[in-house]
Design a binder for this molecule. Sequence first.
Ligand SMILES: Cc1cc2nc3c(=O)[nH]c(=O)nc-3n(C[C@H](O)[C@H](O)[C@H](O)COP(=O)(O)OP(=O)(O)OC[C@H]3O[C@@H](n4cnc5c(N)ncnc54)[C@H](O)[C@@H]3O)c2cc1C
Length: 240
Amino acid sequence: MAVKVIAHTHIVEQPETIIGTPFGDRKDWGDSSETSDLDLLAETAGRECYKAYELKNPNTKENKGYINNILDHGHFSVLEHATVTFHVRHVSRALLLELERHRHASFSVESQRYVNTRVHHPKPVIPPAFRTSELSTIAESLEKHYEKSLDLYDKAYLAARDTGLTVKESREAARSFLLESTPVDFYYSGNIRAMRDMLGKRWSTHADAEIREFAGMILGELKELAPNSFQDIESTPSDL
Ligand SMILES: Cc1cc2nc3c(=O)[nH]c(=O)nc-3n(C[C@H](O)[C@H](O)[C@H](O)COP(=O)(O)OP(=O)(O)OC[C@H]3O[C@@H](n4cnc5c(N)ncnc54)[C@H](O)[C@@H]3O)c2cc1C
């Protein structure tokens, strides 16, 4: 499994309504700012709601405290402005099915109708439970089973092509022989609120082990990119 941040929101200009205000003069806006643009954008959007640029409340005068208050009050729309795009590789089709249930995210997924699975994904995704030494023989069986599924996939594809079906028609039919452990690569984008919501459900001991592993990797990246927006999410999965 590989998860890599490819793009994220960047503030290009300080809004003119805050120039010269205590908020606008805060060090966060300078070149040496330690506050991430994703966290700062959430605060900037939130402060617009009440034109609250004076920083009168000591608990919320810095970005971390401000966002903490936003999270406490459920004022989540301010977390919808900043987005992140991940390139995700070598996760199972089973994981993708679960992740795509999160309707506020965006996906661009390699197509099994066009892409040759044998060439691009010669090995299956081994579920975390089978990665232990006690179950290594099960993992080996899965690899063999996967290899057989690829043989059937190749055979079905060639038979379909022989009847005159196109490459796309042949692959889309032949993929019926592939397993749920077949890997898939895709781009996954979402705003901070959507990412938090996904983590609330998948960074959990109740979630499937592979998507939980995925959620942990996503959380690690997001805590680097926007630490204040994820300050309340623990680095161990929730058991709620
Ligand atoms: C441990 C676990 C087990 C699961 N088991 C199953 C299963 O056996 N079968 C199965 O089908 N699914 C299962 N799911 C998937 C689950 O039902 C959800 O589809 C998935 O977690 C996506 O979350 P979500 O629907 O809350 O919303 P998202 O699409 O992530 O949306 C986020 C939030 O937006 C709001 N929202 C979005 N769309 C609507 C809408 N149409 N109407 C009202 N509010 C909306 C809701 O507040 C929602 O919580 C499971 C999920 C988990 C975490």
